[in-house]
Design a binder for this molecule. Structure first.
Ligand code: CO
Length: 170
């Protein structure tokens, strides 16, 4: 399972609602977690592996030894949010690009687990940031969309380099 790189169109397609909670879904989630660790990420959304489903995996420590902190969210929705804070983010689909994004500091979300069971959880600070970043992928939104205009200008040459590389590899 490979992570697609900007400007792969999968990143803009987003993810449709997960309706079938079967072994295939569990296998997909497992492979996404493996791909996330392999690439030293803290989160990965299905559109980033060219699967158009509302599915995301994360581990805020990024360390496979902390398997107890892994989360798999199907059909996540934000129920409430509080506070706002700028913080630096990166993305496995944007190698070498980092920038400040404003996110809510406290969120409450609903989601379904891999068995389709409805759950609710709250998250703060970095974990809340990771969840919001990955949820954006499900909406076809990427973190650079949320950069300030100054930040957008700063990363423009890097984005253009990735666009050039995509054209060459296509
Ligand atoms: Co990302």
């Amino acid at each position: 399972m490979d992570v697609v790189i900007y400007p792969d169109p999968s990143l803009r397609r987003g993810g449709a609602k997960v309706e079938t909670f079967d072994d295939e879904l569990k296998e997909t989630a497992k492979q996404m977690i493996e791909a996330m660790y392999r690439q030293r990420g803290v989160g990965l959304a299905a559109p980033q592996v060219a699967i158009d489903q509302a599915l995301l995996v994360l581990n805020p420590t990024g360390d496979p030894a902390d398997a107890d902190q892994e989360m798999v969210l199907c059909n996540p929705k934000i129920i409430s949010k509080k506070g706002k804070e700028w913080g630096e983010e990166g993305c496995l689909s944007f190698p070498g690009i980092y920038g400040e994004v404003q996110r809510a500091t406290k969120i409450v979300i609903s989601y379904q687990d891999l068995d389709g069971e409805e759950k609710e959880t709250r998250a703060e600070d970095f974990l809340a940031r990771v969840i919001q970043h990955e949820m954006d992928h499900i909406d076809g939104v990427v973190f650079t969309d949320r950069f300030s205009s100054v930040e957008k200008l700063r990363v423009k040459p890097k984005l253009e380099a990735l666009e050039e590389r995509f054209k060459t590899n296509a």
